[in-house]
Write a protein that binds this ligand. Structure first.
Ligand code: SF4
Ligand code: SF4
Length: 378
C-alpha cells in the first residue's frame, strides 16, 4: 500500500476543501449539488484527486455532497477522501464520537476512508481525545482496513504539536493552518508549527492557505503590491502558491465556493511552478504591510458562535470591524454590522462568560475585541 511519504512525490498540490460549498440561489440553506458536480469535474479533469470533508461540515451535508458529486460519479480508485472525527463540537459522548466514522462512511457512500483525521486538536479539547481513547480508535480502524492513513488537524500551540508527535509517532501526517499572513502571527504560529512537523518528518496538509478567503481580497496596500508585481495573477494565487512552494507539503486545501474559484485555482496549480526569488520578495513585502495593519485574524470558522448565550455573530462583527479598521469604510462596515446584529446580539450584549474564547482555534481575545468593535454600534 502507498504510504504518505509517497504522496509527497505523487500527489498534486491542490486539494478540494468541501467546507464552503456553494449554496442554491433558490434555497440558501442547501448545497448547490449541480454546481459542485461541475467543480468536481473540472478538478478531476485537471488531474487533482484529494477531497477534504469532515463529519461536522454543514451538519453532514458536505459529506453527502461528496457522495453525490464525486463517489456516485467516479471510480473509487480515481480519488482520495479525507474526513474527520470531531470529539468536542456538540459535546458527543465516547460512543457517539466513535460512531462518527461509520456515519461518515454511510454519508459518503464508501467502505473505506483514505485519510482519517482527529479534528481540530487544540489546548482545550486535547483531553477529550485522550479520555475517549480516540488515538487508539483510529489505529484500530486502520488495522481493520476502514482507514488507509490517519493523522490529525491542529490549531494548538507549537509546544502542544511537538508533544502530540512525540506521544503519537505513528501519526502519518498532520494538517496545519499555514498562510503568508500568519507565519509570524503569535496566535496561529504557522512557521513554528510547520517547523515542528518537519522536524518529526511528517507530511503536511495545509488548511486555510487563503485565510478563510481574507487573502483573496487583501487590504488595498497589499493588493497594490501584488498587482504591480503581476497584474494578471489573482490574489488567491499568491496565497496558494506561497504554501505549495514549501517543502514537505502533501497538498494545499482550498475551500472553493464556486466555479470561478475552481477555474482560477486550476489555472495556476495544474502546472504548478513554485515562487521564484523575486516573487518571494513580494511576499516578504506584503507580510510586513499586514503586520503593520493589525487586523483581527478571525477565519470565520464559527466554532465560537454555537454556545454563545448572547447569540452574538462574532465572526461577522469582526469582519465588519476589520473593514472599518483597515479600509476606514464605515458605510460598508456598517452594512455588514447591521446584517449581523439585526436578529442577533450586539457586542454590548456580551456577558463575558468566556465560552467563545475557549472554542476559538485562533485563540483570539474575543471579549476585549468585541469591546473595541462596539464602536460600530454608534
Ligand atoms: S463571552 Fe460574550 S461573546 Fe463570548 S460566548 Fe460569552 S456572551 Fe458570547
Ligand atoms: S472568533 Fe475564533 S472561533 Fe470565532 S469565527 Fe473567528 S476564528 Fe473562529
Amino acid at each position: 500500500m502507498q504510504n504518505t511519504n509517497d504522496f509527497l512525490k505523487d500527489m498534486k498540490k491542490l486539494g478540494f476543501g468541501l467546507m464552503r460549498l456553494p449554496k442554491r440561489a433558490d434555497d440558501p440553506a442547501k448545497i448547490d449539488i449541480e454546481q459542485v458536480c461541475q467543480m468536481v469535474d473540472l478538478f478531476m479533469d485537471a488531474g487533482f484527486t484529494y477531497f477534504d470533508t469532515a463529519y461536522v461540515y454543514d451538519g453532514g451535508a458536505s459529506e453527502e455532497a461528496a457522495r453525490k458529486a464525486l463517489v456516485e460519479r467516479y471510480p473509487r480508485d480515481s480519488y482520495t477522501i479525507a474526513t474527520k472525527l470531531n470529539a468536542w463540537l456538540g459535546k458527543p459522548d465516547e460512543a457517539a464520537a466513535k460512531q462518527q466514522l461509520a456515519t461518515s462512511m454511510k454519508r459518503l457512500g464508501v467502505d473505506y476512508v483514505d485519510f482519517y483525521l482527529l479534528h481540530a486538536l487544540q489546548l482545550n479539547n486535547r483531553s477529550i481525545y485522550e479520555d475517549y481513547d480516540l488515538w487508539n480508535f483510529v489505529r484500530k480502524q486502520k488495522e481493520k482496513g476502514l482507514v488507509r492513513h490517519w493523522g490529525f488537524s491542529f490549531h494548538g500551540t507549537p509546544e502542544m504539536l511537538d508533544q502530540l508527535l512525540v506521544e503519537n509517532p505513528d501519526a502519518e501526517f498532520v494538517q496545519l493552518q499555514i498562510n503568508y499572513a500568519d507565519m509570524e502571527n503569535a496566535n496561529v504560529a504557522s512557521r513554528a508549527c510547520y517547523e515542528i512537523a518537519r522536524k518529526h518528518g511528517k507530511p503536511i496538509v495545509v488548511m486555510e492557505p487563503v485565510k478563510g478567503g481574507l487573502l483573496a481580497n487583501p487590504p488595498e496596500k497589499v493588493a497594490e503590491v501584488f498587482t504591480k508585481a503581476d497584474p494578471a495573477a489573482s490574489f488567491a494565487s499568491w496565497a496558494i502558491r506561497y504554501v505549495a512552494s514549501m517543502d514537505g507539503i502533501m497538498t494545499v486545501l482550498s475551500g472553493m465556493s464556486n466555479l470561478d474559484q475552481m477555474k482560477d485555482n486550476i489555472s495556476f496549480m495544474k502546472d504548478f511552478h513554485p515562487l521564484d526569488a523575486s516573487e518571494k520578495e513580494v511576499i516578504d513585502q506584503v507580510q510586513q504591510i499586514i503586520r503593520d495593519l493589525g487586523a483581527i485574524p478571525c477565519t470565520a470558522c464559527h466554532y465560537c458562535t454555537d454556545g454563545c448565550p448572547a447569540k452574538i455573530r462574532i465572526p461577522d462583527i469582526f469582519r465588519a470591524f476589520n473593514i472599518y479598521k483597515i479600509y476606514q469604510d464605515m458605510a460598508q462596515a456598517g452594512r455588514i454590522y447591521g446584517m449581523a446584529t439585526s436578529q442577533n446580539g450586539k457586542p454590548s450584549d456580551c456577558i463575558e462568560c468566556g465560552q467563545c474564547e475557549g472554542a476559538c482555534p485562533q485563540h483570539l481575545p474575543i471579549i476585549s475585541l468585541l469591546k473595541e468593535a462596539a464602536v460600530l454600534e454608534k
